[in-house]
Every structure is written in structure tokens, then in C-alpha cells.
Design a protein around this ligand. Structure first.
Ligand code: ADP
Ligand code: MG
Length: 270
């Protein structure tokens, strides 16, 4: 008996899951269907699965299972038939998602991010590990051209958030009132990952440092996550931002990712 009940539950759960999935799939392909295809799909999805001649509304389990299967097959056939159009539309949407991030990158990199066809670089792996670690902060330091910006942009694309240049953030930190101080406050409340790129080139390091500490404290308190990127080597980064409060926060709630500088690599080979 117990077995039967369990079996019933599992089968029921599976059917619910399937129905939800079919709902999503039908919605996703709807715009690509011809009127006939849409009509056929709708008719099949709404077809009657009642027990024939029953007084009240009782589902015939066998009919129901057969219908779910038939809908699955029809959806698969339609998805295959319209695959190119569906993929194209998906790529278009991803492209505009990438553009909306306002990244300082080339068109080729927009395509790279939109297609999702990125290589497993050090920064890509580091960002994934950090994402799973749940830590509030990831600091990526290392020379230009190693894929830090791209990896962080990808995190925002997938998990939501915002990408800002350190230069702009430094300006907002200095603002006392008006539009810019509003924007500074908005940074504390940006959901998802806040990426601050190219830290270390702004003029006023002191103000930057204080601003970063406050921003991190606000965001950390609300469980919001942060990626800081610098093209400085770690030693230089720690020299420039030497406030103990900043370094201890990085140590306590963050991960470091440090890309070996080119001359370090050359030395390691010897
Ligand atoms: N994961 C990746 N897969 C493929 N190409 C990449 C990847 N990461 C970076 N690149 C290439 O390397 C270039 C430099 O990457 P970028 O993220 O701007 O480096 P950084 O921010 O460290 O200076 C990019 O323009 C891109 O073409
Ligand atoms: Mg960069």
C-alpha cells in the first residue's frame, strides 16, 4: 500500500513538473509558430482527459499520461523545426542584455558574451568558485588582458547586477548632494553583483578607499555581492589602499584572485 501511495506521489509530482515545463516551452516558441501549428498545439494541450461517462470530473490517468507524452512530442518537433529562428531571437536578446551593461568592450566581445562561448580562463573559474562560496567580495588583481573584465561582466549577465568603472565611482564618492550623491546611494542598493572595474587609476585614493569601505559595509549587510577589479599587482594595490579597515574586510569576507604578472611567469620557467 505504502508503495502505491509513494508511486502515486512521485508520478503526480512528475506530471506537475512536466506540465509546468510544457507551459514554458509553449510560451517560448509561441511567437515562431504558424497559425496552424499554434492551433494544433492548443487543441492537443486542451484535449479532454476525463473518464468517459463519469458523472463528475474524473481524470483518466492513462489518457492523461498519453496526452502529456503527445504534447511533449509535438513541442519537440516544433522546437526542432524552428530552432534557427529561436536561437537567433535568443541571441538577439542576449546581445541587448550585454549592451545594456555598458561595458567598455569591443563588438567581438559583445558577441562572445552573448553566445556564451567563453573560454575557461583563470578569472572565469575564480568568479564561479566565488559565486558558489557565497562570500560578499571578490578582488581580482593582475595585468590587463587576462580576462578579468569579461569574467565579471559574465557574472552580471547571468546573476543580475551592475557594472561601473572605478573612475565614475570615485566621482560619485566625492559628491555631497544632488544627482551624483543620489547615484552614489543607488550603488548601495543595486541588487545582484556590483562590479567596480579598474580600481587604482583614480586620482584621489583616500576618498576612494573610504568610499569603498562604506559601500562594501552597506552592501555586505544586505547580502549584496561585489567584484572589485584592478590592473595593479596585489602588492601595489595593498600599498595604495593600505587602510587596515579595507584590508581586513577583504581578508575577512573576500576572495583574492591574483593573475601572475608576465615577468613572474617568465621567472617561473627558468
Ligand atoms: N573567457 C574568455 N574567453 C575568450 N576570450 C576571452 C575571455 N576572457 C577574455 N578574453 C579576450 O581577452 C581580451 C581581454 O579580456 P579583458 O576581460 O578585457 O581583460 P582584462 O579585464 O583582464 O584586461 C578580451 O577582449 C577578449 O577578447
Ligand atoms: Mg579590464
Amino acid at each position: 500500500m505504502g508503495d502505491l501511495a509513494n508511486h502515486g506521489d512521485a508520478a503526480y509530482q512528475e506530471t506537475r513538473r512536466k506540465l509546468g515545463e510544457q507551459e514554458d516551452r509553449a510560451q517560448r516558441i509561441d511567437a515562431f509558430l504558424t497559425a496552424d501549428e499554434r492551433g494544433n498545439l492548443d487543441r492537443l494541450r486542451r484535449s479532454d482527459v476525463r473518464i468517459e461517462g463519469a458523472q463528475s470530473w474524473h481524470v483518466d490517468d492513462r489518457k492523461f499520461a498519453a496526452k502529456v507524452l503527445a504534447v511533449d512530442e509535438m513541442l519537440s518537433a516544433l522546437e526542432t523545426k524552428h530552432a534557427a529562428a529561436i536561437d537567433g531571437a535568443f541571441l538577439d536578446r542576449r546581445r541587448s542584455d550585454v549592451r545594456r551593461l555598458n561595458l567598455p568592450i569591443e563588438t567581438a566581445d559583445i558577441e562572445l558574451l552573448a553566445s556564451g562561448n567563453v573560454k575557461e580562463t583563470g578569472p572565469v573559474i575564480a568568479v564561479r568558485r566565488w559565486r558558489d562560496s557565497g562570500k560578499p567580495l571578490l578582488v581580482m588583481a593582475g595585468p590587463p588582458g587576462t580576462g578579468k573584465t569579461l569574467a565579471a561582466a559574465r557574472a552580471v549577465l547571468h546573476g543580475g547586477g551592475k557594472y561601473v568603472a572605478a573612475r565614475d565611482v570615485a566621482r560619485l564618492f566625492l559628491a555631497q548632494f544632488g544627482e551624483e550623491s543620489e547615484q552614489a546611494r543607488a550603488l548601495t542598493e543595486t541588487d545582484g553583483v556590483l562590479v567596480i572595474d579598474d580600481i587604482g587609476r583614480e586620482k584621489n585614493h583616500e576618498a576612494m578607499q573610504t568610499g569603498l569601505i562604506e559601500l562594501l559595509d552597506y552592501r555586505r549587510r544586505d547580502g549584496r555581492r561585489n567584484i572589485w577589479i584592478s590592473n595593479l599587482p596585489r602588492a601595489e594595490f595593498e600599498q595604495r589602499y593600505s587602510d587596515e579597515r579595507l584590508l581586513s574586510r577583504i581578508k575577512g569576507s573576500g576572495d583574492w584572485f591574483i593573475e601572475a604578472s608576465p615577468d613572474m611567469r617568465a621567472r617561473a620557467r627558468k
